[in-house]
Design a protein around this ligand. Structure first.
Ligand SMILES: C[S@@+](CC[C@H](N)C(=O)[O-])C[C@H]1O[C@@H](n2cnc3c(N)ncnc32)[C@H](O)[C@@H]1O
Length: 276
């Protein structure tokens, strides 16, 4: 079973669209760090690095880079004079990314901006990537078109996204689980089913050599307890479940977590492609 690292009760997917309105982003940073450390996520990231040909001499853009977790990691694979850039809508996350880059002694072009209108000239990068960004966007196709514009012909892209409908949890009441998880899938993010049409979207946008890798990610216990408990609260607020249901849900999660037996998963997908 996974490790237990304290409560993360305030984290919800919905908030990743307006992080700068949150009073404190510390829990979001921690949640992303914990999730990022999951073995299956690390495997997908390694496959992305291999398939996009990240190496000394390449220039890379990370769209929706957050506080630069993977951006900084990729920068270590490049030479000192090579271009690594990260862009994110959240000023607080970009400030944290800049702080971390300075601490690591890395010159990374971190800037605040919108994935829908990237502030780079065409064909500026060899590689473009986005991780857990597109499900939050109303128009992911436009963001991918923008990524296509700023990556050179023959360059590569890597997109890592979950299918939110594939969340699972070992609470025993199937009806309750289905009601709460379906509600989250329908309201948590604008594009919970995006990966089901992402391959076709890339083809239609003229990408070639599309490859897909998948992993089922097993949640860290503390992260799962905070995140899934919050889904119950959100379903209750929307009137999808009643007070008794919520009490059963939160009680079951606390009990499972207390015994180190909480088991939650989600399916993640990596799409890599060549910009023709
Ligand atoms: C779940 S976080 C993922 C961050 C990072 N990619 C990671 O994997 O750690 C989603 C990120 O998308 C950013 N975001 C949401 N909408 C955006 C937009 N229109 N343009 C740029 N970034 C956006 C959020 O600010 C947030 O940092």
């Amino acid at each position: 079973m996974n490790s237990d690292r304290g409560g993360l009760d305030e984290v919800s997917l919905h908030s990743f669209t307006h992080l700068d309105d949150m009073p404190d982003i510390a829990d979001y940073i921690r949640a992303l760090e914990i999730f990022d450390a999951q073995k299956e996520m690390q495997e997908l990231k390694s496959i992305a690095i291999e398939r996009t040909g990240v190496s000394s001499g390449t220039s890379i853009l990370d769209v929706g880079c957050g506080f630069g977790l993977e951006t900084l990691r990729l920068a270590q694979l490049l030479g000192p004079g090579e271009r690594m850039a990260g862009i994110d809508k959240s000023a607080s996350f970009i400030a944290e990314a800049q702080r971390r880059a300075a601490e690591a002694g890395r010159a990374i072009d971190f800037r605040q901006g919108d994935a829908m209108a990237l502030p780079y000239t065409k064909a500026s990068f060899d590689i473009g990537r986005a991780e857990r960004l597109l499900i939050y966007l109303d128009d992911p196709e436009r963001a991918i078109s923008e990524l296509r514009r700023v990556v050179r012909a023959g360059g590569r892209i890597a997109l890592i996204e979950p299918d939110v409908e594939t969340n699972t949890i070992n609470v025993d009441d199937r009806t309750l689980v289905r009601r709460i998880l379906r509600h989250e899938c329908d309201v948590g993010v604008p594009n919970a089913w995006l990966v089901r049409r992402l391959g076709a979207m890339l083809e239609d946008l003229g990408f070639t050599g599309i490859e897909i890798a998948t992993r089922v990610v097993i949640f860290d216990q503390a992260l799962a307890a905070g995140y899934f408990a919050k889904l119950g609260v959100s379903a209750r607020q929307a009137g999808v479940i009643g007070d008794e249901d919520l009490a059963h849900w939160t009680g079951a999660i606390a009990e499972l977590r207390g015994r180190g037996r909480l088991f939650c998963t989600i399916g993640y997908f990596l799409f890599t492609a060549i910009r023709a």
